[in-house]
Design a protein around this ligand. Sequence first.
Ligand SMILES: [Zn+2]
Length: 302
Amino acid sequence: MLLPAVPAWARGSVLQQAPAAADPIAKMRADIGGTPIERVKLTDSLTMLSGPGGNVVILNGPDGKIVVDSFVQPAWPGLKQALDSLGNGRITTLIDTHWHFDHSDNNENFRKAGASVLAHANTKKRLSETHELLGMRFPPVPDGALPTETFTNTHSLTANGEQLTLGYIQPAHTDTDVYIRFSKGNVLHLGDVFFNGTYPFIDGGTGGSIDGMIRGAEACLKLADSSTKIVPGHGPLGDKAALTEFRDMLVTVRDRVQKLKTSGRKLEEVVAENPTKEFDPTWGKGFMPPAMFIGVVYNTLR
Ligand SMILES: [Zn+2]
């Protein structure tokens, strides 16, 4: 399994520095945007790119290119170069897995390149609003960066011999999450409903919760078989076993934190009890340090 280099933002440094920076979003963009792009061939027509933002999947062929997620703005020249290197077919469609900027930040550049931008209706709504996230204030995106086409339940596309199914995932990481299934290649992109190998960020401000993440993982496991290539929002390419392990970790942590919260423990007390202890050496080295993950779990539980 190819392990991409851990980008600066995934080491937690940005989280500590962001509040002090003059323009924390610009700083985070620059930090993430400097990560090199790595390429993994999934099938003859499907390619995964990782690095400067959430993982990208490209479907390429005579009907043009369909792209899932778009990295952050500073990565646009590198992403365009990677797309061009696959052939001179035009970019027809960009799909946003959800509203977060490390996935949707190049919507406007894709639209300028002639692509339509397809997303869940809630992604368009969330991109049109102001949000506080990780100590940063995200203003509404320009009109030119909004999705041009939305759906609410499922949406199908056919191109390059592939059948794509897009489906809404009930609020999990956010209330805008969709999966993208490529039937012929047996590839599934789950956006940030799946972090492969690190604790996930869960955006309680736009509908995310630990219970929703668990339900989302359960629902997505039903879409996979033992040979399905599962693309996470962050982390290396996964499979059904990796997604199962992620789900099991979430369930164990949720149950422990729920028990402590129900018994009246404050967040600091729960953190002190170390409910993620045996998971920390493997899952706690990414974007979400253990204490922050416990906080997200605690705060999205009743
Ligand atoms: Zn996200």
